[in-house]
Write a protein that binds this ligand. Structure first.
Ligand code: ADP
Ligand code: MG
Length: 255
């Protein structure tokens, strides 16, 4: 397994002695090389917390995350940035491109940090931006292009290091439906043609229907799981919707 998550918990303790928030309460799952896994759940269910821990941006309260056999907790703080840069790619809802850099500079940023050769950087940039349909926009600044184009540039920045694992948090959350399906189609292509492993958290059924497996998170725990199998995306969508409804109703009965 490329990624193993074991008994993961995360408590947030607010300042001034407020009550602790149990954002994750023992999450277990594994993701194989080349899989495309979506984690669905309502607002506040713990999706972003999970992704933040997978991204090693925060440490768990308890439990373990193993990426390609390496326990993330064993990596000293000073080595985390390099670990993250070499192995992980991120796409967030608000794409986090730097406004003072052109799209080209934004996309190349992680490679510059990694000290890659200029020729290799140029080659990777040309290939990626061609596939993502943003080659003609590279000299523009983030505020000069559309939201969909910005998010495709963010995808290019995430993929240019050829990450072992691509992490996405509501990547289509701020996009119109046309730009959203374009971005999701591009991620599908990287998954299917290049074997890119993807973990995406989302509350969107449409986005989740692109994955090969969907985990449902509720109150910080994995409550259900469904695989797409041989189903088309169109056939998978109503099944996902059905599970989600059942999960909500189950939750209300328990409450
Ligand atoms: P989601 O992404 O599914 O909407 P989150 O992971 O953002 O959910 O949040 C899960 C729970 O943890 C929520 O109750 C949220 O208020 C809380 N939470 C998230 N981040 C923090 C934080 N930095 N400090 C305190 N509580 C937080
Ligand atoms: Mg969130």
């Amino acid at each position: 397994m490329l990624l193993k998550v074991e008994s993961l918990t995360k408590d947030y303790v607010t300042r001034f002695g407020g009550r602790a928030v149990h954002a994750l309460r023992g999450v277990d799952f594994a993701v194989g090389q080349g899989e495309y896994v979506a984690v669905m759940g309502e607002s506040g269910s713990g999706k972003t917390t999970l992704l933040t821990l997978l991204a090693a941006l925060e440490r768990p309260t308890d439990g373990r995350i193993l990426l390609d056999g390496t326990d993330m907790a064993s990596i000293p703080g000073r080595a985390l940035a390099a670990f993250r840069r070499d192995r992980l790619g991120f796409i967030f809802q608000d794409c986090n491109l730097l406004d003072t850099l052109s799209l080209r500079e934004n996309i190349l940023f992680p490679l510059v940090l990694a000290g890659k050769q200029e020729q290799e950087m140029k080659n990777r940039l040309a290939l990626l931006t061609e596939r993502l349909g943003i080659s003609s926009l590279l000299d523009k600044y983030p505020y000069e292009v559309s939201g969909g184009e910005r998010q495709r540039a963010a995808a290019a920045r995430a993929l240019i290091t050829r990450p072992m694992l691509l992490l996405a948090d509501e990547p289509t959350g701020a996009l119109d439906s046309g730009s959203a399906s374009q971005l999701l189609g591009l991620l599908d292509a990287y998954n299917q043609n290049d074997g890119q492993t993807i973990v995406m958290v989302t509350h969107s059924l449409d986005a989740a229907s692109h994955a090969s497996r969907v985990l449902f998170i509720r109150d910080g725990q994995i409550a259900d799981e469904i695989s797409r199998g041989e189903l088309s995306r169109e056939a998978f969508y109503p099944r996902l919707a059905g599970r989600l409804t059942a999960l909500r109703q189950g939750g209300e009965r328990l409450a």
